[in-house]
Design a protein around this ligand. Structure first.
Ligand code: ADP
Ligand code: MG
Length: 366
């Protein structure tokens, strides 16, 4: 088991890279601590698979170092890195039985046959493959094949880490949920460092204690699901996490107030001061739909908005609002009244984020 450190790591598939956009991984530093259950979350094409393949040694990075417990492993081939990797599509031997497929990674490192048997039975039990052990892998369903593939990744308990690259893509939704829980159980039982790649925030937050959100070849935030929700570091995290994502308003400070276009906003002095000192023309105010206060009458410090429409989602509604032409979404719980035409909004100061050039900045508290 190991702590995995990525140091000034960058990768490009291009022979003559000219700009940042030519890099699948833009120079980054990151540490996966020993024994953690992590998710690597980001949209398709952001560099997740590239990053995993660099860790496992399938891919040599263009620059930078990969360290396991402080030792540089760049020169080590995959088989010497002691990493198990599970891919999106099953990697199994069709002509072997399920048992032999599961036993393969253990026999490969000369595990005594009694121990092989013990582990194969244990993993088969967890993945509910016991009844299929004697069958040839080629006769399995797609779901079963992927379970065998996952089993091959889980069967060794002496690996440095297990990397999962969107392993449940081909699995049916009901089973998906169950397998994710199993993975979590396995992690708790064996405390092996696990990195689970997904583009699904729900999948990430049910599996992981900590999530690395990746965007355009960089980890833009590494935090608990709660941190990503409450204090997104980057506008992309605000937008990608939560449903719907965070509201962002282009703002500027002038004439002693904060404005979104021609709309004057009611915000606290600290937020105002922070926007005033921002040395950029790209300044945005972020607030989650969950945190906008929506009232059906004017209150001190409230802003009048038009209700465009509301979407009833059972236990809550999403209300689409126009604040002087700026579109906003707010989430209203079922026990709260939804205003029909006009609403008065308040932005609680402690729920606001100020983003300069897409990154969150500290709010000045005088
Ligand atoms: P993800 O797994 O997050 O979907 P990838 O790591 O597969 O992202 O891809 C990151 C970027 O690198 C994408 O722009 C993709 O098109 C590019 N890429 C991935 N693999 C290759 C390759 N073998 N050759 C060239 N470009 C690649
Ligand atoms: Mg991928």
């Amino acid at each position: 088991m190991a702590e995995i450190t990525l140091k000034s790591l960058a990768h490009t598939y291009s022979a003559a890279p000219r700009c940042d956009a030519d890099y699948a991984i833009r120079e980054m530093d990151h540490v996966w601590h020993q024994g953690g259950a992590y998710a690597l979350l980001g949209p398709s094409g952001c560099g997740k698979s590239t990053l995993l393949n660099i860790i496992s040694g399938l891919l040599e990075p263009s620059s930078g170092e990969v360290l396991f417990d402080g030792e540089v492993v760049n020169a080590l081939p995959p088989e010497e890195r002691n990493i198990a990797q599970v891919f999106q599509f099953p990697v199994i031997y069709d002509t072997m039985t399920v048992y032999d497929n599961l036993a393969f990674p253990l026999r490969n490192v000369k595990t005594p046959e009694a121990r092989v048997h013990e582990r194969v039975m244990e993993v088969a039990d967890v993945l509910e493959l016991t009844a299929q052990l004697k069958r040839k892998a080629k006769n399995l369903t797609a779901d079963e094949k992927q379970k065998v593939s996952m089993g091959r990744g889980l069967v060794r308990d002496d690996v440095s880490a297990i990397l999962f690259d969107e392993p449940l893509t081909v699995i049916d939704p009901q089973l998906k949920w169950k397998l994710r829980r199993k993975l979590k159980e396995i992690h708790q039982r064996f405390a092996i460092t696990m990195v689970y790649v997904t583009h699904d925030q729900l999948e990430a937050s049910t599996f992981a204690d900590k999530i690395a959100v990746m965007y355009e070849g960089q980890v833009v935030q590494f935090g608990t699901p709660r941190e990503l929700f409450e204090t997104p570091n980057h506008t992309f995290v605000g937008y990608f996490i939560g449903s719907p994502g965070m509201n962002f308003l282009d703002v500027e400070a002038r004439d002693g107030s904060v404005w979104a276009g021609d709309t004057r906003l009611e915000v606290g002095r600290g937020v105002h001061a922070t926007i005033l000192r921002a040395d950029s023309s790209n300044v945005r105010l972020g607030i989650r739909p969950d945190f906008i206060e929506v009232h059906d009458e004017p209150l001190e410090g409230s802003m009048e908005a038009r209700v465009e429409h509301a979407q009833d989602l059972g236990t809550y509604s999403i209300v689409y609002l126009s604040l002087g032409g700026v579109s906003l979404k707010a989430r209203i719980e079922e026990d709260q009244k939804t205003p029909l035409e006009t609403a008065w909004l308040r932005f609680p100061d402690e729920r606001l984020g100020v983003y300069v050039d897409e990154y969150r900045v500290e709010i000045d508290h005088e």
